[in-house]
Design a protein around this ligand. Structure first.
Ligand code: NAP
Ligand code: MG
Length: 499
């Protein structure tokens, strides 16, 4: 347990009423695969453990799906697609989706605690951000299921077929909902693979899907390692790949599907700029910077990991930032007062430490918050680096942890040039009092999402996705729906591609 007392709200979400207990959470010792509407033992005969990164204890054993298991899941999804789901009245599909959303709401507390246990994220965030947003994705896309002709006017719209969906460990339930909901609304069936370190909420979602009575095989959940994901990508009967994860794996997937005709949406890494202009309300801006980089331990693809601050206010901002960092509580994810929970895995903690070491070797000046870290589990103190160059490795590469770099700038042109000078293009933020500056900067930043005087705002109706090595395609809103439909203009076979 960390020692510091939290002095102000972080981030600006409601506090949980009481520390969460785990006594009402019933985890099974062992989870099988959810295929064809049944829990089935893996043909691989193998299981792996998922742990709680806050204390390194095993939470459950989870089935490992090999190529044969994936094949079984794809066959179940194909059968469900051909025989049931693609033929069903869209309004009926919507009813199933509403039912799933309602059941998720009823079990929201359980979902939130399991998410915090499995991923290490703080309960306040699981409860107030991840779970409600995941429910809202089902509600939102259920609403579109029977209105596709309005979503895509003058087009004959049909589903793509079997969607293979592969998700990362930073927002496990939310990513599952984000992927499954638009696919179902448009009439596709799904084989989804959660990340190896965070399979439990996707398996819980399978229970909800089962209880909602979704026809067998419409959603199949296969747990496993990277090769389970690769088996989905390479399966000849999968029509569409939706992947969220690292840029490296995204590139492997792109190569694997080249020439196959499979459709793809890739949501990859980021190194997003958060810019403070000299006229910005500084306290609000600093709060936004803290939220931008320390939310979810910095395990956020769109984390505002590069702060650019205008010279005239730089000293003041850095001082305020350090003060605010010192007030953050790092510790038990289930404690309602915790601001920064556990790093998701030993491997990720090692990666973050490696980058911190690189920063020091590069000659940057490091500041780490004055907090005591728990003695077991994977934790990292909030860290910032000043005195960095644009070419520094810690400025250029995604760290995916609570590590912020700070650069100063004089002119707007300079900051736009520096902010855009990265292989990524996922998100950005700007803090200023002037509307004209917002317009000028936001239109010149090459990022899929740009926030002004706020950060990390998400809504199922808003499209999300990147440029350059941050991937392609958009998820959320109508763009997210269009990633799961074939659109034929007046009976021709011309497909209108997603963004
Ligand atoms: P990752 O290593 O790329 O893994 C993502 C998923 O792909 C996991 O389920 C993983 O399985 C699976 N996988 C691994 N190798 C594969 C292969 N060769 N073929 C198919 N699937 C494979 O990424 P991560 O470490 O879990 O997540 C962090 C990354 O995700 C960061 O770069 C972050 O920026 C990015 N991200 C992007 C967004 C976005 O919307 N743009 C959102 C969240 C995260 P295992 O877990 O079993 O290895
Ligand atoms: Mg885990």
């Amino acid at each position: 347990m960390a020692k510091k007392k939290n002095t102000s709200e972080f981030p600006k979400w409601n506090y949980a009423p009481a520390p969460e207990s785990t006594s009402h959470i019933q985890l099974k010792d062992r989870y099988d695969l959810y295929i064809g509407g049944k829990w089935v033992k893996p043909l691989s005969k193998k299981y792996f453990k998922t742990i709680n990164p806050a204390n390194e204890k095993t939470l459950a054993q989870v089935a490992y799906a090999n190529e044969k298991d994936v094949d079984k899941a794809v066959k179940a999804a194909r059968k469900a697609y051909d025989e049931v789901w693609s033929k069903m009245e869209p309004s009926e599909r919507a009813k199933y989706m509403y039912r799933i959303a309602r059941l998720m709401q009823e079990r929201a507390r359980e979902f939130a605690v399991i998410e915090s246990l499995d991923a290490g994220k703080v309960i306040r965030e699981s409860r107030d951000v991840d779970v409600p947003l995941a429910c809202n994705h089902f509600f939102y896309y259920a609403g579109w299921a029977d209105k596709l002709e309005y979503a895509f006017p003058n087009r004959k719209v049909s589903p793509i077929g079997v969607a293979g969906q592969i998700i990362p460990w930073n927002f496990p339930l939310l990513m599952a909902a984000w992927k499954i909901a638009p696919a179902l609304a448009a009439g596709n069936t799904v084989v989804l693979k959660p990340a190896e370190t965070t399979p439990l909420t996707a398996l819980k979602l399978a229970e909800v899907i089962h209880d909602a009575g979704l026809p067998d095989g419409v959603v199949n959940i296969v747990t496993g390692y990277g090769d389970t994901g690769a088996a989905i990508v390479n399966h000849p009967d999968v029509d569409k790949i939706a992947f969220t994860g690292s840029t490296n794996v995204g590139k492997i997937i792109q190569k694997a599907i080249a020439g196959t005709g499979k459709k793809a949406t890739l949501e990859l890494g980021g190194k997003s700029a958060n810019i403070i202009m000299d006229d910005a309300p500084l306290d609000e801006a600093v709060e936004g910077i803290v939220n931008g980089i320390f939310f979810n331990q910095g395990h956020v693809c769109c984390a505002g990991s590069r702060l650019f601050v205008q010279e005239g206010v730089a000293d003041k901002v850095i001082e305020k930032l350090k003060h605010r960092m010192d007030s953050l509580i790092v510790g038990d994810p289930l404690d309602k007062n915790t601001d920064i929970g556990a790093i998701n895995s030993r491997e990720q903690l090692g990666m973050i430490h490696k980058y911190i070491e690189i920063g020091r070797k590069e000659g940057a000046t490091m500041y780490q918050s004055n907090c005591e870290l728990p003695s077991s589990g994977y934790y990292c103190a909030p860290t910032l680096f000043t005195n960095v160059a644009q070419s520094s490795i810690i400025v250029q590469e995604e760290i995916f942890g609570p590590v912020l770099t700070i650069q100063t700038f004089r002119t707007t042109d300079e900051v736009i040039q520096k902010a855009n000078n990265t292989p990524y293009g996922l998100a950005a933020g700007v803090w200023t009092d002037k509307g004209s500056r917002i317009f000028n900067v936001t239109t010149k930043l090459r990022a899929g999402v740009v926030w002004a005087n706020t950060y990390n705002q998400f809504d199922p109706a808003s499209p999300f996705g990147g440029y350059k090595e941050s991937g392609f395609g958009r998820e959320g809103g109508l763009h997210g729906l269009s990633a799961y439909v074939k659109q034929n203009e007046y009976g021709t076979v011309r497909s209108v591609e997603n963004v």
